[in-house]
Design a protein around this ligand. Structure first.
Ligand code: FES
Length: 110
């Protein structure tokens, strides 16, 4: 089982670690656990609202595509470790991944 830890930029939210199997995306996990991550296009790599920072374990995720990179460029405060959560498919079975969810209060929609 993989261990995915979510940290939050918002000060009043505590970090949470979730067990999950291979084949899930970080967005799917965040939805299952009501973590409040926006996903305006429904997870089809057509917006940038599911933007996250991957602090650890990038090698355990599906590789960044050119399309994803284009949308990351439109996100708020993109960094070298930026990804779109809907494109972060877990490829392994015993991986550890740590991500930061940016402040969602600056985004509109779901
Ligand atoms: S939900 Fe739109 S790109 Fe991930």
């Amino acid at each position: 089982m993989n261990k995915i830890t979510f940290h939050f930029e918002e000060k009043n939210k505590d970090s949470i670690t979730i067990d999950c199997p291979k084949g899930e995306t970080i967005l799917e996990l965040s939805l299952q656990h009501n973590l409040g991550l926006h996903h305006n296009c429904g997870g089809v790599c057509a917006c940038s609202t599911c933007h996250i920072y991957v602090q650890q374990g990038m090698e355990n995720l599906e590789e960044l595509s050119d399309k994803e990179e284009d949308f990351i460029d439109r996100a708020i405060s993109p960094k070298l470790n930026s990804r779109l959560a809907c494109q972060c498919l877990l490829l392994k079975d015993n991986a550890t991944v740590e991500v930061i969810i940016p402040n969602q209060s600056v985004l509109l929609g779901d």
